[in-house]
Write a protein that binds this ligand. Structure first.
Ligand SMILES: C[S@@+](CC[C@H](N)C(=O)[O-])C[C@H]1O[C@@H](n2cnc3c(N)ncnc32)[C@H](O)[C@@H]1O
Length: 279
């Protein structure tokens, strides 16, 4: 990713959700408040072009067709964003119900989960970590919306510093508390070694029975060439992919073990969803 530039893929996921909200019954299916908060974050981001006109255009029926054309090259990507948001919120809420006291979203982008859930769970601390340029752009919207007292945004490049170091320097994360970590649409931007390194490092600052909810790219045939070209074009190339069936072995030795079933759902597009537990 280009230093000092807002993540283009984070902007793209957020804008895609705005358009998805006007397709079929997606407005009802997406978590309540997600689209309104996303729009406000995008408008406040200061990213060139992300003004009221783009928000209006994004909700026009012809924009749905633009994404559907894109889906011919990257099958399932458009609705995949919606499925991803539903899955991750369900998993985080389930973990909180089972006792998680901290939620940490790694590579948060313009995701709205912490902003929406923090006011509903005052006994839980919510954390976000993202690349400095993207975190700063999001912080503008968070400030306008009103930052919940139990939400912390941390700006850090995880390519330069480990997650455990970033959290210990911030000082508010408590390694002894049951926690749920979330990495949505992040692992494909790291190499396999970096993914395993992140998992191993995360295990050092989380207590047993904590959960790690994540999505990952799956290896694909020819259609992936176009995706690879597109992500390289915006200087955010995909660097890793793993089959859902291979995750058990993939996470072996990192301190985590898989607790979710193999994800074979093609509605999830070029990604699959997973949950690991800290052993
Ligand atoms: C595709 S976006 C996904 C955003 C969000 N999780 C979502 O699904 O809506 C990937 C995110 O990972 C972040 N990211 C990528 N590499 C990173 C790094 N080395 N350190 C911190 N964040 C990183 C980007 O800034 C971006 O926000």
């Amino acid at each position: 990713m280009k230093q000092g530039r807002i993540s283009q893929t984070a902007l793209k996921v957020a804008l895609g959700l705005v358009t998805l909200s006007v397709k079929d019954d997606w407005a009802r299916r997406l978590p309540p408040g997600l689209v309104d908060v996303t729009e406000r974050l995008l408008l406040a981001s200061g990213s060139p072009g992300y003004g009221p006109r783009l928000m209006r255009m994004s909700k026009r029926p012809w924009m749905i067709r633009v994404y559907q054309i894109q889906d011919l090259m990257v099958p399932g990507q458009f609705e995949g964003f919606g499925h991803r948001k539903i899955f991750t919120q369900q998993q985080v809420e389930a973990a909180i119900k089972e006792g998680a006291r901290q939620v940490l979203v790694v590579g948060a982008g313009f995701d709205t989960l912490c902003l929406r859930l923090a006011p509903q769970h005052s006994h839980v601390q919510f954390f976000e970590v993202d690349h400095p340029a993207t975190a700063a752009a999001k912080a503008r919207g968070v400030a306008l919306d009103g930052q919940p007292a139990n939400m912390t945004q941390i700006a850090a490049d995880l390519g330069e510093q480990t997650l455990s170091k970033v959290l210990s320097e911030d000082g508010r994360w408590q390694s002894s508390l049951p926690s749920v970590l979330l990495a949505e649409g992040l692992f494909q931007y790291l190499t396999d070694d970096e993914v395993r390194g992140l998992l191993t490092d995360a295990a050092t600052c989380t207590s047993p029975a904590s959960r790690f909810v994540f999505t990952h790219a799956i290896p694909g045939p020819g259609d992936r060439m176009m995706l690879s070209f597109l992500t390289r074009l915006i200087a955010e190339p995909w660097k890793s992919a793993v089959r859902s069936e291979d995750l058990l072995k993939y996470v072996e030795g990192t301190g985590w073990t898989m607790i979710s079933d193999v994800d074979t759902d093609s509605a999830h597009g070029v990604e699959r969803y997973a949950v690991a537990e800290r052993r």
